[in-house]
Design a protein. Structure first.
Length: 297
């Protein structure tokens, strides 16, 4: 099918062509999320949260379920050594998959209390890990209903060697997607409950300061602020109402890439990193774009 664009600013066409095809690449899942692209092995991985699995797809080998009983895995990323990091709703943990396939728990508690349900996760160039921790995984459908132990929804910095966990901010209702600016001097975090994106300055010690509103997400259609990343040109993409919203660095929304199902997250893939793989409810969509994404390591 031809892609449907809502053009709010003609500069949207610098990122995506109105003649591009939006392909339903894979389907038949329950709630797709957490897509990551391996730049060396050329494969896509993504979570099916409610399906309780992590899948892997490549052009060479097709689709495989590589992590049945994933503890309701949600967000994934790679660290600087190419090891997969995963957020789990059911166990309220952040884990690392080692080269031999074993699982290392990196975080599960803060000050003796179980984390809510780690959601999305990124890695800074120095190897430090940042993740959001809303209570979504303690709700039905994408989680296991249970009382929360922490009275707030935090965003954390995790030192992978010492496992030291630093609370960065605690005044979000449901912190979700997060990403660094290209120079890693700013950290962007969105709030699904408030339908906005905030930006913070990153201090030398990895903490954050000077939080302020970057943009609101507006428009009809299903969806909330969710997966969020910059492409290699410094354009910000964010899943939200109706599909994927595209922003300039000054907060101007150029428009939306409309998606038939509720879009939750995305990643750039294929050899040139110009295929946008969008996880959207029961499916994974693929869209060729004009500007490449960034390799994950």
């Amino acid at each position: 099918m031809s892609v449907q664009l809502e053009i709010r600013d003609q500069r949207l066409l610098d990122s995506v062509s109105p003649d591009a095809e939006l392909e339903q690449h894979l389907t038949g899942f329950k709630f797709t999320e957490g897509p990551i692209w391996h730049p060396l092995e050329q494969h896509l991985r993504f979570s099916d949260i409610s399906g309780n699995s992590i899948f892997q797809w490549s052009a060479a080998d097709g689709l495989r379920d590589i992590r049945p009983n994933s503890h309701l895995a949600n967000g994934n990323t790679y660290d600087r050594e190419g090891r997969m990091l995963t957020c789990h709703h059911a166990s309220s943990r952040v884990t690392r998959t080692e080269p031999d396939g074993s699982i290392t728990v990196l975080a599960s508690h803060y000050q003796g209390k179980q984390l809510n349900s780690p959601n999305d996760i990124i890695v800074k160039c120095d190897g430090s890990i940042y993740f959001t921790d809303p209570p979504s995984g303690r709700e039905a459908f994408v989680g296991i209903p249970r009382e929360r132990e922490l009275p707030f929804s935090g965003v954390y910095r995790l030192e992978p060697d010492t496992r030291e966990l630093t609370l960065l901010v605690d005044d979000f209702v449901k912190p979700n997607g997060l990403c660094f600016s290209l120079d890693e001097q700013q950290l962007y975090i969105n709030d699904t409950a408030r339908f906005h994106i905030r930006v913070f300055d990153v201090n030398a010690d990895g903490t954050i300061a000077n939080g302020r509103l970057f943009a609101d997400t507006t428009g009809d259609g299903k969806g909330v602020p969710d997966g969020m990343k910059f492409d290699s040109a410094g354009t910000l993409f964010c899943c939200a109402q109706g599909g994927v919203h595209v922003f300039l660095q000054d907060g101007t929304c150029l428009g939306r890439i409309l998606v038939p199902e509720q879009a939750a997250n995305f990643i750039w893939g294929d050899a040139d990193l110009k295929s946008l793989y969008i996880t959207a409810t029961k499916s994974v969509y693929r869209l060729r774009v004009k500007t490449a994404g960034l390799p994950m390591f």
